[in-house]
Design a protein around this ligand. Structure first.
Ligand code: BGC
Length: 416
């Protein structure tokens, strides 16, 4: 007797406009993003990056090829970022050439039959903005609003979805992670060194900032950015994305509620009127009294030291849907692994849970995988592979992995 694989067992048809996508972020794929805060941090001596971002995947030039791969897989949506530090490299100096570049990307995406999904801010900010105190300074909100309005005008009418911010709750979430907490003293020094490097008395860079100050300022920036963008594009579906782990309490521990209040509650309030919430899930967190516990001994770990735990997605979308009563779009979900078979298993596990949640009435409108490409994974640089597509580091040649075609089969059939 042969058993049907779970992927072929009774499949659930999804709504016809369900988004099936892959995501990138400007700094992680474009290359030579020299006016950004991250570029400054990457070039300090010493610094915490395994390597500088450098040419990244050269997607600044190769974006058509990237989009063609999304299409080739059978997906219908490409999430990508516009880079503020290219568009406004010096305060108040906007580059029409860069605005045109992103407009060409939006239009090029549509020409291929893909829906562009735009991230206005994915962690990086212009170095001048960091040097003015970044998200820790209330007066800086206006700079972001001007950028959003300007970009919204330039990008034109050919995209339907946007995110103001990618994971503005990440810094708060990281502060619960033992490894991150241990490196805090280094980050304080790095921030002082970065300030010196740019000739300022401060440098506020994501995620190394005072979360308590930055959180409310970014929440306000989000709300007002939505107004600014909608003044140009009232029809756009807009929201932000949150980093959401499947938060579980360690037996007998008491930290979970406090963590939820610090990391999620303010953001669940901030999205109350949004068109959707972007959920970004990579695994679970087991929360102790005031810190997350490391994965249990012997569990399978990913290249980023997380537990391999695809079932987290079902829990996070159910939770965020219940807490916010907003439609959900999974704007990132994925796994860092050199073994593409494990990525396929991860996708199957995550989508099975997504399907169960939809069957129970959870309003999920899309699944966008992180990431399209093996790219610049922040501090880990090029040592972690999240991509559905491999990228040769010298020639930039792209190679579609079996996992990309596997995800595409769900998308072509629009069923799980
Ligand atoms: C971020 C991405 C990052 C991914 C994997 C998310 O937190 O939005 O920029 O590469 O996680 O670590």
């Amino acid at each position: 007797m042969t058993l049907a694989s779970p992927a072929l067992a009774a499949r659930r048809k999804l709504r016809p406009d369900f988004l099936w996508g892959a995501a990138t972020a400007a700094h992680q794929v474009e290359g030579n993003n020299v006016n950004s805060d991250s570029w400054v941090m990457e070039h300090l001596t010493p610094n915490s990056f395994a390597a500088p971002s450098g040419d990244a995947c050269d997607s600044y030039h190769r974006w058509r090829e990237d989009m063609a791969l999304v299409k080739q897989m059978g997906l219908n949506c490409y999430r990508f970022g516009i880079e503020w530090s290219r568009i406004e490299p010096e305060q108040g100096e906007y580059s029409n050439a860069e605005l045109d570049h992103y407009r060409r990307m939006v239009d090029g995406c549509v020409e291929l039959g893909l829906k562009p999904f735009i991230t206005y801010s994915h962690f990086t900010v212009p170095r001048w903005f960091a040097a003015r105190g970044g998200w820790e300074e209330q007066a800086n909100v206006d700079h972001f609003l001007r950028f959003c309005e300007r970009a919204a005008k330039a990008l034109g009418p050919n995209y339907g979805h946007g995110l103001t911010f990618n994971e503005p709750n990440l810094a708060a979430q990281l502060s619960w992670q033992p490894g991150f907490r241990a490196t805090m003293p280094y980050f304080v020094q790095a921030s002082a060194a970065a300030a010196k490097a740019v000739g300022s008395d401060r440098f506020s860079s994501t995620p190394i900032f005072d979360v308590r100050r930055a959180g409310p300022i970014q929440a306000e920036a989000h709300r007002r950015a939505i107004e600014a963008i909608k003044s140009v594009r009232p029809d756009l579906k807009l929201g932000l994305s949150l980093s959401v782990a499947d938060e579980q309490s360690a037996p007998g521990a008491n930290g979970l509620q406090r963590k939820i209040e610090e990391v999620y509650a303010p953001w669940f309030d901030a999205v109350a009127k949004d068109d959707f919430v972007g959920v970004q899930t990579y695994g679970r967190a087991v929360v102790g009294n005031d810190i997350d516990l490391p994965p249990a001994p012997g569990v399978e770990r990913t290249q980023t030291e997380m537990e391999f735990y695809p079932q987290a997605l079902e829990a996070t979308i159910r939770w965020v849907s219940k807490a916010t009563k907003r439609p959900i779009i999974v704007t990132e979900n994925g796994v860092a692994t050199a073994d593409d078979g494990r990525r396929i298993a991860y996708i199957d596990g995550a989508l099975a849970g997504l399907s169960r949640a939809i069957a129970d009435g959870v309003d999920v409108r899309g699944y966008i995988h992180w990431s399209l490409l093996d790219n610049f994974e922040w501090n880990r640089a090029y040592t972690a592979q999240f991509g559905l597509v491999a990228v040769d580091r010298k020639s930039f040649r792209r190679t579609l992995k079996p996992s990309g075609l596997h995800l595409g089969r769900y998308a072509r059939d629009n069923s799980i």
